[in-house]
Design a protein around this ligand. Structure first.
Ligand code: RTP
Ligand code: MG
Length: 134
C-alpha cells in the first residue's frame, strides 16, 4: 500500500465535481484515508508551491489556489502515486489522455481540477504539510 496527496482544486469544487472525482478514485481502488476542505491562505499556497517560485505562472497559480475552497485528501492504494497521476491526466488538458479527470473537466493548464504528488518524496512532504501528526 502506498499513500499520495490529492487536492480537488477550487475550479472543480466550484463546478460541483467533488463527488465525481472522489468516485473515480474509489472505483479505481484509491481510497481516501484523510480528507478535509480548506481555503488556502496565501502563505499556504506559496509554501505548497514553493518549487515554482520565479516561474511566470507562479502568481496566477497562487491567486487561483486561494480563490475558493479546495478538498485535500490522502489517497491510499497499490501504486497510489503513479495511478493517481494516471487518473488525473497531464497538466495541460488538451494533451491529457481521454477519460482522465483533466481531459474530461479541466478548462486550462492552470484551472486543471486536481493536484497529485509527483514522487514518493513529494507525497511524504505534502501529506505532512496538510496532515502533520501531533
Ligand atoms: P500539480 O502539481 O498541481 O499536481 O500539477 P502538475 O504536477 O501536473 O503541474 P506542475 O508543473 O507541478 O504545476 C503546478 C500547477 O501550476 C499550474 N500551472 N500553470 N503554464 C501555466 O500556466 C501553468 N503551468 C502550471 C497548474 O495549476 C499546475 O497544476
Ligand atoms: Mg506538480
Amino acid at each position: 500500500m502506498e499513500q499520495t496527496l490529492s487536492i480537488i482544486k477550487p475550479d472543480a469544487v466550484q463546478k460541483h465535481l467533488i463527488g465525481e472525482i472522489v468516485g473515480r478514485f474509489e472505483q479505481s481502488g484509491l481510497y481516501p484515508v484523510q480528507i478535509k476542505m480548506i481555503t488556502f491562505s496565501v502563505a499556504q499556497a506559496e509554501a505548497f508551491y514553493a518549487e515554482h517560485l520565479g516561474r511566470e505562472f507562479y502568481q496566477p497559480l497562487i491567486d487561483f489556489m486561494t480563490s475558493g475552497p479546495s478538498v485535500v485528501m490522502v489517497l491510499e492504494g497499490n501504486d497510489a502515486i503513479k495511478r493517481n497521476r494516471q487518473l488525473m491526466g497531464v497538466t495541460n488538458p488538451d494533451l491529457a489522455e481521454p477519460g482522465t479527470i483533466r481531459a474530461d473537466y479541466a478548462e486550462s493548464t492552470r484551472l486543471n481540477c486536481v493536484h497529485g504528488s509527483d514522487s514518493a518524496a513529494s507525497a511524504e512532504r505534502e501529506i505532512q504539510f496538510f496532515f502533520a501528526k501531533h
